[in-house]
Design a binder for this molecule. Structure first.
Ligand SMILES: NC(=O)c1ccc[n+]([C@@H]2O[C@H](COP(=O)([O-])OP(=O)(O)OC[C@H]3O[C@@H](n4cnc5c(N)ncnc54)[C@H](O)[C@@H]3O)[C@@H](O)[C@H]2O)c1
Length: 339
């Protein structure tokens, strides 16, 4: 059995992580850390025999843990992950893994020197529509990929759309606005759908409405090797909620709108793929369950784990694109080469 603990018991932990870990027969969540007493009470109500802590180090001292799952707001991720790695635990971190290049290197070095797995929750790779898109690309149905566009239209930040909280998304604990909240997801998806290529350049416009303390719109253009282009429009200003994508290659175009996926070939014939609809909420328990399976596999495989190495390469690219997009926007939106 792997003994795990969760640091940050908010909406995503309660709605997705607990359910996801429960699908793993060899994993037992034994402890929760959250500074807010109402959240610790919620954990006690939700998880039989759970022990709760208001202090991370106390939890790490008091428990014999194989891993820590960090699900607090972004500004706390890197410090919590470093503390857990120093205590000898494997670590799974909600996105974003970190928001500074030095921090990322410190995390990577700590995991590697202690022989521990460090992974970030890249759960959109487990959405049925993106898995299908990836499979179709792998089977050559689109030919050589040339362009993809990912749109995330939201009427407000998660939690604030539904009235369940998440106010930190507009404050310091978020470490930024929609670029940090949704950008990380679209960046690792772009890299994955482009066949694992690292991005070469990024250009961005980040905008904040008069009342918004952080950027509430991000318009992004990423160039991959071979003049492949990936675009994304992320918005908390939209009048409606939509999650869409369009990809094309030399042989076909794929359109994704919610759960609908349509492939149109060069000859003009279209194929509609019937997928079981997945809940369009902000938490996605089924995707986290598949992420939990990846993490468990990586822990069992140890330092040689290809899943963990690929995940860290995605996180490195997502961080480089986040920082590059900010810099490009500051400089007026032109293309910025990535090192
Ligand atoms: N991968 C996804 O699809 C997805 C979806 C939603 C949220 N998230 C991520 O999950 C994280 C949490 O988001 P949420 O929607 O659950 O927010 P939330 O506000 O519901 O929960 C955050 C929890 O963290 C606790 N907390 C605050 N400071 C802390 C600290 N220093 N240490 C530990 N816990 C602390 C809060 O008390 C709260 O219970 C964020 O990083 C967010 O980006 C990911």
């Amino acid at each position: 059995m792997l003994r795990g603990a969760i640091s940050g018991f908010g909406e995503v932990a309660a709605h997705a992580h607990v359910a996801g870990w429960r699908t793993r027969p060899e994993v037992n969540i034994v402890a929760i850390h959250d500074p807010i007493s109402a959240r610790r009470h919620h954990a006690i109500r939700l998880i039989p025999n759970i022990r709760v802590y208001d202090d991370l180090e106390l939890m790490l001292d008091g428990e014999r843990l194989d891993f820590v799952d960090v699900a607090s707001p972004p500004a706390y991720h890197a410090a919590a992950a470093l503390t857990a790695l120093a205590a000898g635990a494997h670590v799974l971190v909600e996105k974003p893994l970190s928001l500074a290049a030095g921090e990322f290197e410190a995390l990577r070095a700590a995991a590697s020197s202690r022989g521990r797995v460090l992974m970030c929750v890249h759960n959109w790779k487990h959405a049925a529509v993106y898995r299908l898109a990836h499979d179709l690309i792998g089977a050559g149905r689109l030919g050589e990929i040339r362009y993809l566009a990912l749109d995330r239209l939201r009427t407000a930040p998660a939690g604030m759309e539904t009235g369940t909280g998440g106010g930190w998304r507009l404050g310091e604990a978020a470490g930024g606005g929609i670029l940090v909240d949704h950008g990380w997801h679209v960046f690792y998806l772009m890299r994955w759908l482009m066949g694992g290529l690292d991005p070469a350049a990024v250009g961005a416009f980040l905008g904040a409405s008069a009342a918004a303390p952080v950027e509430d719109v991000a318009d992004l253009r990423v160039i991959f090797p071979g003049d492949r282009i990936a675009a994304a429009h992320l918005s908390w200003r939209s009048p409606v909620r939509r999650t869409r994508a369009m990809l094309y290659g030399s042989e076909g175009a794929l359109e994704i709108d919610g759960d609908r996926v349509v492939l149109t070939g060069r000859c003009g014939s279209s194929e509609d793929f019937p997928l079981t609809p997945e809940a369009d909420d902000s938490y996605h328990p089924a995707w986290f369950a598949r992420m939990a399976a990846d993490f468990e596999r990586a822990v069992l495989e140890g330092l040689e784990s290809a899943v963990a190495a690929e995940n860290l390469a995605e996180a490195r690219a997502a961080l480089a694109l986040t920082l590059g997009a900010r810099e490009s926007s500051r400089q007026g939106g032109g293309q910025l080469k990535l090192a």
